[in-house]
Design a protein around this ligand. Sequence first.
Ligand code: SAM
Length: 199
Amino acid sequence: MIRDLKVCPVWMAYIFDNPIRKYLHDPKELFGKYIEVGMSVLDMGCGLGHFSLGLADMVGLEGKVYAVDLQQDMLDQVKKRALRKGFNKVILTHKCSSNNIDLDHSFEFINCFWMIHETPDPLLLFHRLSELMQPGGHLFLADPKVHVAKRDFEKIVASALRQDLILYARPQVKLSYAAVFKKPLQDNLEMETRYGFIQ
Ligand SMILES: C[S@@+](CC[C@H](N)C(=O)[O-])C[C@H]1O[C@@H](n2cnc3c(N)ncnc32)[C@H](O)[C@@H]1O
C-alpha cells in the first residue's frame, strides 16, 4: 500500500487549526485516559500544533511532547505557539523526512491525527512508530472522513495490526474515523495478541 500523496500546506492547516477546534477535538477529552503527568509523548505530523499544545498541558512541566513534522514552516509556528503558552521547555520540535523519523527516544503515547492519509507507506510508518513505543503505550490514530473512505481507513488499521500492536479501542471522533492501538507489555504479549482486543 504505497501511495503518492501531497501533504497539507501551512495555509490550509490554518483553516482547521483555529480557536473553535477545541470544541471539535478537545485533547483532554480524546486522550485523557491515556496520558499522565510526566509522560513522554509524540505528536506525529503535528501540523500547527493544536494537539502538541493540548498534550503539553496534560503532561505538565515534568513531561515532554515531541512535535514532529515534515515541514519546517509548521514546526516554526508550533515553536512560536509553545513560547506564547509557556510550553517551550515541554514541547520539542523535530523535522523528519517521509521515510525516516530519525528520533532516538521512546514514547508512552503517540498521536497520529489526520496525518496517516498523507503518508505514502503507512505500513513503514507504523513499523517505525511501534519501535518508538514503550510496552504498555498507546497510539491514537484518526483520519478525516472528508479525505478517507471507510474501507481505506480499515486498510490503514490493518497495516498497524501487522506490527506488534493490538487494537485497543474504537473511539468516536468528530469528522473522523479513529482507532487506538496498544503495544502489549512483554509479560502479556502472548495473551494480548492471542485475544487481540483488550479494553
Ligand atoms: C492535515 S495536517 C494535520 C496536522 C495535525 N495533526 C492536526 O490534526 O491539526 C497533516 C500534517 O502531517 C504532516 N505529515 C504528513 N506526512 C508526514 C510524515 N510522513 N511524517 C511527518 N509528518 C507528516 C504534514 O506536513 C502536515 O503538517
